[in-house]
Design a protein around this ligand. Structure first.
Ligand SMILES: Nc1ncnc2c1ncn2[C@@H]1O[C@H](COP(=O)(O)OP(=O)(O)O)[C@@H](O)[C@H]1O
Ligand SMILES: [Mg+2]
Length: 353
């Protein structure tokens, strides 16, 4: 899919805009604080995802225009043509083709993936970083994934409260089981697709890279249902003593290895960055293969973390995928950019000659 036209109004520091966009690569170039990340985020929200900053939706409407909604509208083309709009004020209201819709529908119809500077620590960062990565991918691949994760988290909260009060947890375990098993099966399927994708990123990878899902607190039995229940049985006392939910996808670990050793210790910093990028590209291929649409890619300040060679390979690879890709940068590599360059200055986005 591609975003052909975009209108923005009242979105953080961005001036009102009406833009025409080409397919291919887009570079947003400007000083810190100009509005590059805001621009990427506005597209991300339009495509059904959350804000990039932890403050949430409430912070999005422009501070100077109190009580006014932020508004983003886009016309998408490609495998399907559609118009989507989102109004943001305390909550988000989506429309597709003028009719009330929701975030999950737009995420399915316009598959997209975003990567933020923090994702560059995908390899060596904590397990929650990798879970967040796989969750974003699964949310594009499997229509019910995001809502199942949401339900699962609610149940997890109930379980923690029950453990705290020392009340019976058998009912809450039963509610947890179905979701846990389904989440695991989705993550496994996503990892299988990622592995296929990784094979295409050879040039970026420092060597053979292997991916595994180590299921949270389980015995690792082959059958997912059996694994859940046997592990719950085995760790019952421990869960109750420590008042901690040990078994379940909330404690999954996605292991990245090379020749049997952990990539985080084995690779140099530069190689870890490249592996992170290879995983991002692999996620794009996973989407294309499963959803049969070209994803739209948003890359916020990821180039800064790469050496020159890494950048060149990344740009060449993204160019060859034909995915419409938006990349932000404060560093000037506009002379080498094989696509559209936009100048971002004080909330104003204009095509650079
Ligand atoms: N709701 C808002 N209203 C007005 N300005 C905002 C709002 N939220 C953030 N900003 C401002 O947007 C500016 C640009 O942010 P950002 O997009 O992160 O810049 P860049 O990515 O180009 O460095 C920041 O200076 C910030 O103060
Ligand atoms: Mg930024």
């Amino acid at each position: 899919m591609i975003l052909r036209r975009l209108k923005i109004k009242g979105y953080r520091n961005l001036k009102p805009h009406s833009l025409e966009m080409a397919e291919g690569l887009h570079l947003l170039f400007g000083e810190n604080g100009a509005g590059k990340t805001n621009f990427l985020e506005s597209i991300n929200i339009l495509m059904g995802w959350g804000p990039f900053r932890s403050k949430g939706i409430g912070d999005i409407p422009c501070w100077n225009k109190e009580k006014e909604k932020a508004f983003v509208w886009g016309a998408f083309e490609g495998e399907e043509s559609l118009e989507a709009a989102v109004g943001i004020f305390k909550r988000t209201v989506f429309k597709i083709g003028g009719k009330l819709s929701n975030a999950s529908e737009i995420r399915m119809r316009v598959p997209s993936l975003s990567f933020l500077p923090g994702d560059m620590a995908l390899v060596e960062g904590g397990p929650s970083r990798r879970r967040s990565f796989i969750d974003r991918l699964c949310a594009v691949l499997f229509p019910l994934y995001a809502s199942t994760i949401y339900d699962y988290r609610k149940i997890l909260k109930q379980k923690r409260a029950a453990l705290e009060k020392r009340s019976n947890i058998s009912l809450v375990n039963r509610a947890m089981a179905e979701r846990a098993i389904w989440i695991w099966s989705c993550r496994i399927a996503a990892l299988d697709l990622l592995k296929i994708g990784l094979a295409k990123t050879g040039e970026l990878l420092p060597g053979q890279v292997e991916l595994f899902l180590s299921r949270g607190g389980t015995l690792g039995l082959e059958d997912l249902r059996e694994d859940f229940w046997e592990s719950i049985k085995k760790f019952k006392d421990k869960e109750e003593t420590y008042r901690m939910s040990i078994v379940g996808p909330h404690r999954d670990e996605i292991k990245i290895k090379s020749s049997g050793r952990g990539a985080s210790e084995f690779f140099s910093r530069g190689h870890r960055r490249r592996t992170a990028l290879a995983l991002m590209l692999a996620a794009g291929w996973a989407v294309e293969r499963k959803v049969r649409k070209k994803p739209i890619l948003l890359l916020d300040e990821v180039m800064a973390e790469l050496d020159m060679e890494g950048r060149e390979i990344l740009v060449k690879m993204v160019e060859s995928t034909k995915w419409q890709t938006f990349v932000t940068t404060a560093e000037d590599f506009t002379p080498f950019w094989p696509g559209q360059v936009w100048n971002v200055e004080d909330g104003k986005i204009s095509p650079m000659k």
